[in-house]
Design a protein around this ligand. Structure first.
Ligand SMILES: [Zn+2]
Length: 146
């Protein structure tokens, strides 16, 4: 028995939606157990279609900034500049993942969209909060007597 693409319980009905499979669009099969879950799956596919490319581009820019900012921060040998340059892109990364909680198609299939979105959003929040905490700890350590 196939599983509901939204919730993971048993499902009979099937539909095909043209949506992202990785970085390109494809006609993908989705199963659903009731009309409400069908609508949730369609809503999610629409959100992914609208924001998928934006998410990938923003992620790449952010990661590029991070890979440049970290060595620059170290070269400047200034703990505050270093902290800001490293933490801001990480905070933005967490925000992006929380705003666009797009797990891999494989994860969506295994967990169902509902759980995959929830877990991905938590990951985004953990990255943002972790980056802010790391910044606070860095600054506190700097103030401690050596
Ligand atoms: Zn369902």
């Amino acid at each position: 028995m196939p599983k509901c693409s939204y919730y993971g319980n048993e499902a009979k009905q099937r539909m095909v939606l043209n949506t992202y499979s990785g970085v390109s669009k494809d006609n993908l099969q989705f199963y659903y157990c009731n009309e409400e879950h069908k609508r949730e799956i369609e809503k999610f596919a629409e959100y992914v279609n609208k924001n998928g490319m934006k998410f990938i581009i923003l992620m790449l820019i952010d990661l590029l900034v991070l890979t440049i900012a970290v060595p620059v921060g170290f070269a400047l040998k200034n703990i505050y500049v270093n902290a800001v340059l490293t933490i801001i892109p990480l905070v933005i990364l967490g925000f992006l993942i929380n705003k666009y909680p797009f797990a891999t198609p494989d994860t969506n299939r295994k967990l169902g969209i509902k759980k995959a979105v929830k877990i991905t959003k938590i990951m985004g929040k953990v990255i943002t909060i972790g980056a802010i905490l790391a910044g606070v700890v860095l600054v506190i350590l700097e103030f401690l007597p050596k």
